[in-house]
Design a protein around this ligand. Structure first.
Ligand code: FE2
Length: 259
């Protein structure tokens, strides 16, 4: 069968959550989506609360992935232990709650593995090597189809991961930068790849926050608590169509909505 997987970029704040709630189900219906993964680490601005995770599930996500802001809202810690459908990066070094890999039941009993990883370029350094962490789960995870959310800053690190896993997983997408990239593609050995999905949040903003606050930071003004920008929202996502018999991605299509 052709398995249509929708990967949705970082949901930013309450307006991003509202946009997801308004738009996700109709995208899934129109594009015949079988499985949906949403990055939720900015649902709280930085971090995510249990009620926001629930709102993402209610909007239509099958699995939530996270990233560098996982622990900005520590209220999520127990929820990560209790709910196997929300993942934090698998390459955290040690004793943190939750899990970074899950296998979920898809159509026709298909075992869909989702791996959440975090990059090390321009990030905190306290992570295991995401490339060797990926090796472990790809080899030992016990899934028929493998999807990877690589939450990373550097386009080079994300590109390298796509090529590193080409032919061994069915899709690799980047998250974190909130800026959608125009390089959705199928790599030579059949892995669907995009450097960054983008985000779900205020369209007229700098990564979701008020432009004036970003400008102030770069002008060297006093630090401010970032506030979410007002105005219309956008939803950035990519649909990966996977031929499950051959284990390859056959289409990678950007699905972007601007309200
Ligand atoms: Fe992030």
């Amino acid at each position: 069968m052709i398995l249509n997987v929708l990967a949705v970029g970082d949901v930013v704040g309450e307006s991003g959550l509202d946009c997801l709630e308004r738009r996700l189900r109709s995208i899934k219906r129109h594009k015949d989506i079988h499985f949906t993964v949403v990055n939720g680490e900015n649902a709280s601005g930085v971090g995510i609360l249990p009620r926001q995770a629930q709102a993402i599930f209610d909007a239509g996500a099958d699995v939530i992935t996270l990233g560098n802001h996982t622990w900005n809202r520590l209220q999520i810690a127990d929820y990560l232990d209790e709910n196997p459908y929300i993942l934090r990066p698998a390459n955290y070094t040690s004793r943190v709650p939750g899990r970074g890999w899950g296998v979920y039941e898809g159509p026709r009993g298909l075992r869909i593995g989702v791996l959440n990883l975090i990059g090390r370029c321009e990030m905190d350094c306290n992570f295991d090597n995401p490339f060797t962490a990926a090796d472990h789960w790809v080899k030992n995870g016990g899934a028929d189809v493998i999807l990877v959310d690589f939450h990373a800053e550097a386009t080079s690190e994300k590109g390298a991961m796509g090529w590193y896993l080409d032919g061994r997983v069915q899709a690799v997408w980047g998250t974190h930068t909130h800026v959608p990239t125009a390089d959705a593609q199928i790599l030579p050995k059949g892995t669907g790849f995009v450097t960054d999905l983008g985000m779900v949040g205020p369209a007229r903003s700098v990564l979701g926050i008020r432009p004036q606050q970003a400008i102030n930071r770069f002008l060297g003004g006093l630090p401010q608590r970032y506030e979410q920008a007002d105005g219309p929202c956008k939803l950035n996502s990519v649909c990966f169509s996977i031929d499950t018999a051959r284990g390859v991605c056959v289409a990678a299509e950007r699905l972007d909505i601007e309200e």
